[in-house]
Design a protein. Sequence first.
Lengths: 349, 261
Amino acid sequence: MLKAEVALELGTLDLDVTIEAAAGEIVALLGPNGAGKTTFLRAVAGLVPLTRGRVALDEIVLEDIARDIHLPPERRPIGVVFQDYLLFPHLSALENVAFGLRARGFAAREARARAESWLDRLGVAEYAQARPRALSGGQAQRVALARALAIDPRLLLLDEPLAALDASARGDVRRDLKRHLASFAGIRIVITHDPLEAVALADRLVILERGRVVQTGSPTDVTQRPRSRYVADLVGVNLLRGTATAGQVAVSGGATLQSADGVDGEVFAVIHPRAVALHRARPEGSPRNVWRGRASALDFQGDRVRVGVEGEMPIIAEVTPAAVRELDLAEGGEVWVSVKATEITVYPA
Amino acid sequence: MRSERPPVLFAVLAAIGVAFFVLPLVGLLYRAPWETAIGDLTTPEALTALRLSFVVSLAATALALLLGVPLAWVYARVPFRGRDVVRALTTLPIVLPPVVGGVALLFAFGRRGLFGQVLDTMFGIRLPFTTAGAILAATFVAMPFLVLTVEAGLRSMDRRYEDAARTLGASRWLVFRRVTLPLIAPSVFAGAVLCWARALGEFGATITFAGNLPGTTQTLPLAVYIALETRPEVAITLSLVLLVVSLAILVAMRDRYLRAF
């Protein structure tokens, strides 16, 4: 089990997070660029000093500022797969994997044999003598993984493991990586800015924004109940914040929404763009929530169009290109918006 | 690279600029006594100067590597107070007239010098007018080239490779030996060659501090200077040797040289 309380200032970044991970868990640390993900990883690995905090892995205290404990990186039982993999360019794949074993005191012959078996296990034995520059992105990733795992770590940290790859190779390598991650028994923390990668690889997501943890939970939980604009945008839903009383949600902009969910107090309200209907005139009938706005941006995405509607309650609607023609929608044009009360998900903030 | 036709004025000035450097070489080549060149080069005096030059310049390069690589590392990695001033002090010999360097060495390490006295009385070491003194003078003027080149190499390398090595369990010394040094090897090599070339051509500091003793401190440039008075044709031949060696180094190093500065 890992318990990392990390607080430090680095340039404009003010990082203050506590992240726990249970034995055998795969955690994805998801956040925009500059949120402090890589700095957190480097701090846990011992490569950046903390100003406050404590990092403990099982019974080993790696760092405790209050007690002046700082284990240097080379003495931490942590394997790191760096962004761009950072395979030593002057060493062969085999020598790269054997490097950690040699550094940890294995004799040359033994280190070599173990490195060979690791390359074999990851399916890249045939590239043992190749220099890193001769490897494809996927092969380099496997060698980097072999190098990190060969030292028998208790914790494996992966920094943007797929970012260095072409989009075309990413799917295959991701499936591959998922399989290899599953075969490692320790704690795994994957850092990424790609929600698809996070959801595909991890049991649990930790969302990091501006140096703080803003949400943590299972992928389903986080994507269905986003608690920040960042996650809502990633998932592609409308996220509103307000105060609920008896099915009425007063949204921060001043408008009020009718909801079917019976939650009171400070809440988030999520509306999927598909649930937002657009009309030329004020609609008749059952929708509880109707308001007027102005189409501000039309974003054509194949068979769907995302329409941004400005007004007392800004919202994004998703309609078909046919609907855009029927409504005669143009940027700046007036439009009526309706949302059924049952399409609004409300949960405590 | 995009090629471009130069304006006429630039072409003319550039051509004059080239001529300024090439004409002296033409003069040298024109006066070269080709018939007697081999004979002049194989005289005992010339051979002695040649051998001494190689010994002194190689020893100076070795000493510069031993002291200069750690110094470059400190400059590149340790942000201590007054680093810029210290770096300027150790770079000074590049712009200082070598004879001034020689005088300074004399007053520091000469027999009456501040530290020379101590070396003499306590250890019986006398540097002036010895081969060791010539090596010291050459190191003094040549080492800054190595330090600057290696520091530039250290600053431009991706330090995350060192981080990766540490997480794999390597101590700082092992990281330096197995990762840093191989990665900056091109810079170390370039710096060593520049340093060696400068040491090979060293004249002013050597003659001031170490004197001009054939077989002990009379290196090739000193031999050229002396020969010019008595046997100009030998001076020309020896000059050509230095010229060919220097030109070969510069042509081989052109990319590295430009990148380092």
